[in-house]
Design a protein. Structure first.
Length: 346
């Protein structure tokens, strides 16, 4: 706490920007007709995967995290001193609402200048947040800059798919960089995993339609585990089958499996297939049987570059409790790379 008391006036001002954003998120449910609500509607119309429910899920997360006590706890782990700011290019992901916000917040906290290239999928929301900060704190226009093309920058944080990662490696090879590619998350079930845990697991799988790197896409289940238990436990999310894009994926992959005479479990609003792979298409969950949990955990350690979270009741690297994958701490960095430390390092 002593570090918090001695933080600079500049850092205090930047914390005010973030608390101001937190207040915006907190006001969403109270003011149904305000400009923010209109922006939400616009984002829904622009990107069908951004349902109002999913946007609100992300809003609720950020309204909780952008409180001064949480921000103070987070930055108390660092010695943030005044320094000459550098330009940090941010290539944002857009797989779920506000996906690139954490990177922007990290640059704000570090005292550097953010050059923001939004994803087309999330442009409406992120642009509005930046405009909102600008409107209250005019000086922020010098430190948060929108850009369609990254040209002049000193460092870069770029998030994308495995294909764009190869482009990132080439284009940003001469700059200090955090480059992220596709990752996914898995869950380890046990014979004594209860119904409540399985219901929580449904949140880890289906929130944001499973499009996030923290979404569980594969289950490791003990030999003899009754997979039918999952169908009942996942009922809470059955309504997602009425979303046209999700349903189209579900229907398409189900048809392909039938035509190819492939074995699968029909969960009515999701499919389950046995596979050694980690990343299924939307609407499908992979599963694999295991006989020895210790051996499984050792195996998953060898796959750490592909995994964001491991949901389990057992303590292991990247361990997350059931139902908590979409509720990371501010200090839970993507790919386990400390973004603040990267930004504070010359």
């Amino acid at each position: 706490m002593s570090k918090i008391k001695s933080i600079s006036a500049e850092l205090m001002e930047r914390l005010d920007w973030l608390v101001y954003l937190g207040d915006l998120f907190s006001s969403y449910k109270k003011n149904k007709n305000d400009q923010f609500h209109s922006i939400i509607k616009k984002a829904v119309n622009q990107n069908a995967w951004f349902t109002e429910k999913n946007i609100y899920t992300s809003i609720h997360y950020w309204q909780c995290k952008l409180k001064i006590e949480n921000l103070n706890t987070w930055i108390s782990n660092y010695e943030i001193t005044r320094m000459q700011p550098v330009k940090v290019g941010i290539v944002m992901a857009g797989n779920f609402p506000f996906a690139g916000l954490h990177d922007l917040i990290c640059v704000i906290i570090s005292g550097n200048i953010a050059i923001v290239k939004t994803s087309r999928s999330d442009k409406v929301l992120i642009d509005y947040l930046i405009d909102y900060i600008w409107s209250k704190f005019p000086i922020s226009k010098h430190y948060i800059i929108k850009s369609e093309i990254l040209k002049e920058f000193d460092k870069v944080i770029a998030t994308g798919s495995n294909n764009t990662f190869r482009y990132f490696e080439y284009y940003f090879k001469k700059k200090p960089a955090i480059l992220r590619k596709s990752r996914t998350s898995v869950a380890i079930l046990e014979n004594n995993t209860d119904k409540d845990s399985l219901s929580l697991l449904a949140k880890d799988i289906f929130t944001y339609f499973g499009l996030g790197c923290r979404n569980v896409s594969k289950l490791f289940v003990p030999i003899g585990f009754d997979l039918k238990k999952l169908i009942c436990a996942f009922d809470e999310f059955e309504q997602i089958k009425f979303h046209h894009k999700y349903y189209n994926n579900l229907n398409y992959y189900k048809t392909i499996k039938i035509l190819n005479n492939e074995k699968f479990i029909d969960g009515k609003f999701f499919l389950m297939s046995k596979s050694k792979k980690f990343t299924p298409p939307i609407s499908e969950i992979y599963y694999e049987f295991y006989s020895n949990k210790k051996d499984l955990i050792k195996y998953l350690e060898t796959q750490s570059e592909n995994l964001q979270c491991i949901v389990s009741n057992s303590i292991c690297e990247n361990h997350v409790n059931f139902g908590e994958t979409q509720n990371p701490m501010l200090s839970d960095y993507a790919d386990n790379i400390d973004t603040i430390k990267f930004l504070l390092t010359n």
